[in-house]
Design a protein around this ligand. Sequence first.
Ligand SMILES: Cc1cc2nc3c(=O)[nH]c(=O)nc-3n(C[C@H](O)[C@H](O)[C@H](O)COP(=O)(O)OP(=O)(O)OC[C@H]3O[C@@H](n4cnc5c(N)ncnc54)[C@H](O)[C@@H]3O)c2cc1C
Length: 377
Amino acid sequence: MEQFEVGIIGGGLAGLTAALDLSQRGYEVVLWEKQGFPHHKVCGEFLSTEIAPYLKQLGAQPPSAIAIEHLRLSAPSGAIAEAKLDMPSWGISRYYLDHFLAQKAQAAGALLRTKVSVEKVAPQKSGFQVHTTDGLYHCQVLLGAMGKRSALERALRSPETIPPQKTPFLGIKRHYRASIPLDTVQLHNFPGGYAGISAVEGGRVNFCYLIDQKQLQRYGGVAGVEARLLPQNPHLAQFLKQAEPLMERPLTISNFTFAQRYPVSQGIPFLGDTAGLIHPFCGNGMAMAIRAAGLASELLDIHWQADKLNSFAGAYQARWKRHFKRRLHFGRQVSPLLGRSGLSEWGMRLIKTSPALLRYGLRQAHGSPFSSLRHGA
Ligand SMILES: Cc1cc2nc3c(=O)[nH]c(=O)nc-3n(C[C@H](O)[C@H](O)[C@H](O)COP(=O)(O)OP(=O)(O)OC[C@H]3O[C@@H](n4cnc5c(N)ncnc54)[C@H](O)[C@@H]3O)c2cc1C
């Protein structure tokens, strides 16, 4: 059985950032990821720069992100509201960013076991036994960063903390070559969902939408939706007319929930979406995943050095709530506002007459710039 100080389940943004941070702090880290790198993920790829100071601390600021400073929002009819973002964001693909962080984590000394799934976890008197498709491991500390819909998360939670209902939504994403304003993220509503358009590195444009599955059935699948439903919004019609797909098929994701979750189970701190998925309309799940990794790494280091590992998970839970509870609550309020028929014309008129409302919403969903405490810093 292989022995490690820290084991991390899942190599998305949360797991990879924690692997990088903890390796830099001198811990022996193993991370299991069921896929290989690089790979595409369904995501709007719009990253809040609240985590820029932290990534800089880690020496992991992605060199090729696109700076985004404006938001353009439209109702299904095409009526538009615009705002300057209080904090700029980055357009960066998951294909690039996850791979970049994986390379950084490896260079810092983390052992990345890719194409390996964690199948079962058995808490021990001291630490955890981890059963994977690659064999048996023992870790003193275990972090769960396995995303928003892992069967393992359900197995690790007690029945009363398993998030209940799933959303009726499906996420669909594809990269295109298209001419768009590079400094603007566009969110266009259509009956039954909304689509985000933003530039990412390499001259690519990410097109990602969330759609009620009933609409998908009604329009006979993705091709029908893209030919007949999305173009009902004139901005989407214009985009789809000129955009050239760079991926043969779109990626899709379903069976996720925005319902409340808990950030710790069986003594295992959960990071990123496993602790709670914020509505993608808030555009902040990626930054929250990276931030949670920073919080967990900092607290683990403090508790390890003080020989108080028993209180690490509880301290993480309290800190997680301080940083994320309000935002997740806001995201859950936003969700029904978008409703099954997309942002209503009424909602758009309200935003247009009171632009401060949009800025208030953006502030509720986003956090202040974050960096982590480090010894000697
Ligand atoms: C449609 C949509 C659009 C979005 N758009 C945006 C956006 O524009 N901006 C933004 O900030 N956020 C956005 N988000 C949210 C964002 O994608 C997530 O918050 C972010 O990916 C969370 O990262 P994570 O590391 O927690 O999870 P993930 O990136 O999902 O990583 C989890 C990893 O764990 C692995 N894994 C799972 N189970 C196991 C196992 N048993 N063993 C080994 N590995 C395992 C998976 O393969 C995966 O790689 C969007 C979400 C959706 C659904």
